[in-house]
Design a protein around this ligand. Structure first.
Ligand code: ZN
Length: 163
């Protein structure tokens, strides 16, 4: 399988997005964070997660219990978190969504706070628009000259007008 065949279709997004309807933005942040930090080992410790999210351990425990009840994580003893199959699917989608939005924002401008800006958009964007943006990013990847031309255009446009 090459890169292109792993391209998510809009349909794929819709399926996962529907599944994720029960998730609040905070839950989405947790799942995304757990997913991206358990990619290597398949698990994450709750105190590590608490540090990563900068959230008090007791709040993390509460949230993990909620996510566990919803079937996204397996969280029982010793503060070790595993994502369930459903949790992995959701986490993968949320992580990918984050990357698409961030890549797009980085393309359109030298964003000073890409993480904050991405956060503002990612939880509210609808699958169809996300699919459109992914399509656009894919186009840019295959047409680097367009990136250069846009950067030049932006540079000129932002130059202070001389009298
Ligand atoms: Zn995110």
């Amino acid at each position: 399988m090459n890169e292109k065949s792993s391209f998510h279709t809009v349909r794929g997004y819709e399926l996962i997005a529907q599944e994720s309807k029960v998730l609040t933005p905070a839950m989405e942040d947790y799942l995304e964070m757990i997913y991206r930090n358990s990619l290597d080992t398949g698990l994450l410790r709750s105190n590590t997660l608490s540090g990563l999210l900068n959230v008090h351990p007791s709040s993390v425990t509460k949230m993990l219990q909620k996510l566990s009840r919803l079937g996204y994580v397996d969280y029982q003893k010793y503060g070790i978190i595993f994502l369930t199959e459903k949790g992995i699917a959701a986490g993968k989608f949320l992580y990918r969504r984050h990357q698409i939005v961030e890549e797009f924002l980085n393309f359109i401008g030298n964003c000073r706070t890409p993480l904050v800006e991405t956060e503002l958009i990612e939880h509210h964007i609808r699958p169809e628009m996300l699919g459109n943006i992914e399509m656009f990013i894919r186009f840019l990847d295959e047409n680097p000259d367009c990136i250069e031309r846009f950067q030049m255009f932006r540079k000129n446009a932002l130059q202070p007008q001389s009298e």
